[in-house]
Design a protein around this ligand. Structure first.
Ligand SMILES: [Ca+2]
Length: 365
């Protein structure tokens, strides 16, 4: 048994005004692919509403349900005039105009009835569209579902490969758009948003993990400073959906040791060298004592990476004890006294000898 042949005519894509969607990346709103989308129609024969629906399903498509005014304009341009006009996928279910397929209620503000429609004649529960009618073109009319009209079907545009894994595919009129997940862009949302490459901090380094490419969304970088340098700022940076890093690049600041006071040392002095910065990591200081003084402790101190000196500042102490400074005077005085005493002693001795001899010569005295 042969089935009557039916005319299935896939329509070629046409340029039509795309509509703006506030959530769509500007690059994508301007993109029109030619994949996958197809409107097909059949008017030989005209069919009852339920037959038309079945015919669409057999061709793995759905009845056109008119989602937007753009879609109305589009199919009104696309379809040829048919005396009986065309069914659309809207029918009355429990008194409510409902979309075939997803059973969505057709909201009143998108209903596009011809004047004085829909009427309340019993059984007029299916909707036709006046394609290319002179009067009320592309408007809707409710009709008896048993009437025979043209069939127009629509196949979804989104396929598995339409967009990358970082997008939701959204149906539009005769096309689709890829609605990118945060952090991605490009026609198929395949490209992660880029952040500026990071500069290595002076006296530091950084290591990054790039899940979606070098310095792109969700890249994270960790910063380290060389020995003797302290990290100022956040040690970890993350490339955000905005294309900016969440923090500025941190700095590596040299470790500081307490400043040493040169004038504090009596009986000596201090010499310092500062290869990086004053009194900071790797600075060295050396204490030298004046003549007559000696160091109590090591002469050298170095600023360590911890910010501490290797030793405390040594003191210069006198080699002659506390009163050492007066010793030359005292010894001179001692010598004078000693000399005087000896002179006095000599004088006494000579005097005694003289008096003794005198007594021997003159015994009467
Ligand atoms: Ca009617």
């Amino acid at each position: 048994q042969r089935c009557p042949s039916t005319k299935v005519q896939p329509l070629t894509p046409m340029i039509f005004p795309h509509f703006e969607h506030s959530d769509i990346h500007p690059e994508i709103a301007g993109h029109r692919g030619a994949q996958a989308w197809t409107y097909s129609y059949s008017t030989t024969p005209n069919r009852r509403w339920h037959e038309a629906r079945k015919w669409c399903h057999q061709h793995l498509t759905n009845m056109v349900t008119i989602q937007t005014p753009e879609e109305t304009d589009f199919i009104n341009n696309l379809l040829p005039f048919n005396q009986k006009y065309y069914w659309i996928g809207i029918h009355k279910v429990d008194g409510v105009w409902t979309r075939e397929g997803n059973n969505e209620t057709v909201l009143e503000d998108v209903q596009n009835w011809a004047p004085k429609e829909p009427d309340n004649i019993v059984g007029q529960d299916c909707v036709e569209i006046y394609i290319k009618r002179d009067k009320d073109t592309a408007k809707w009319n409710n009709e008896k579902c048993q009437s025979k009209k043209g069939t127009v079907c629509y196949s979804a545009s989104c396929t598995q490969d339409s967009c990358s894994a970082h997008a939701d595919c959204v149906e539009t009129v005769g096309n689709y758009t890829c609605q990118c997940h945060p952090g991605f862009h490009g026609p198929r949302c395949e490209e992660a948003i880029a952040c500026k490459p990071l500069l290595e901090p002076e006296q530091g380094s950084h290591y990054c993990f790039h899940p979606y490419g070098s310095n792109r969304f969700n890249s994270s970088c960790r910063f380290h400073c060389e020995l003797g340098f302290r990290l100022l700022g956040s040690p970890q940076l993350l490339c955000q959906t905005s294309g900016h890093w969440n923090n500025p690049v941190p700095l590596c600041q040299v470790e500081q040791c307490p400043v040493l006071n040169h004038t504090n040392i009596s009986g000596g002095g201090m010499n310092c060298s500062h290869p990086i910065a004053p009194y900071s990591y790797n600075s060295t200081c050396e204490v030298r004592c004046d003549e007559g003084y000696e160091l109590s402790g090591g002469s050298q101190m170095r600023c360590e990476h911890t910010g501490r000196w290797t030793a405390s500042v040594p003191a210069c102490t006198s080699k002659h004890g506390t009163y050492g400074i007066y010793s030359p005077l005292l010894s001179m005085l001692y010598r004078i006294i000693h000399l005087c005493f000896r002179m006095w002693l000599h004088t006494c001795i000579y005097r005694c000898i003289y008096l003794y001899h005198k007594q021997q010569k003159n015994p009467h005295h």
